[in-house]
Write a protein that binds this ligand. Structure first.
Ligand SMILES: Nc1ncnc2c1ncn2[C@@H]1O[C@H](COP(=O)(O)OP(=O)(O)OP(=O)(O)O)[C@@H](O)[C@H]1O
Length: 132
């Protein structure tokens, strides 16, 4: 069996640095991820939903704690959407044709996002109706 080429020898992959420089680099990579996520229609729709939810919470006179919980749930949704997008990108790369595994991977990622959308909508509905 032939040896695999070391991907780190590709000059487009930045070298790993240590300490504060590592944290600085990681922040840059996260911002690059945010730019990539902003190209996803689903992420844009979720931001629109968050804006509508914020308006509903404001109209219902939600407390600061209610708004904090809603904000944390929304950040969790964006985080899972980012991981789902990464999963889709990798799935398309590994399995460009139809496969049961690709279907499972994408459907499960979709389920994770769907559950968090339910949690977000449920929380806003509970606050607005006085249940929470
Ligand atoms: N390679 C594949 N093999 C089998 N089924 C697939 C494959 N690609 C997609 N699917 C099926 O099609 C569905 C939609 O896939 P798609 O890639 O369009 O994702 P999506 O959830 O619409 O993503 P997005 O709209 O965020 O890009 C998947 O959930 C899966 O059921």
């Amino acid at each position: 069996m032939g040896e695999r080429p070391d991907p780190r020898s590709d000059p487009r992959i930045p070298e790993r640095r240590r300490g504060l420089r590592h944290a600085w680099d990681a922040t840059g990579y996260s911002l690059a991820g945010l730019r990539r996520l902003s190209r996803e229609t689903a992420a844009r729709m979720e931001c629109l939903g968050a804006a509508l939810g914020a308006a509903a919470l404001w109209g219902a006179g939600a407390s600061a704690v209610d708004v904090l919980v809603a904000a944390i749930l929304f950040l969790l949704l964006l985080a899972v959407e980012a991981i789902n997008t990464a999963l889709e990108v990798l799935t398309n790369r590994v399995s460009p044709g139809w496969s049961e595994d690709a279907k499972d991977a994408k459907d499960l990622g979709s389920l994770a996002v769907g559950l968090l959308i339910l949690a977000n909508a449920g929380w806003v509905a509970a606050v607005c109706t006085g249940l929470a």
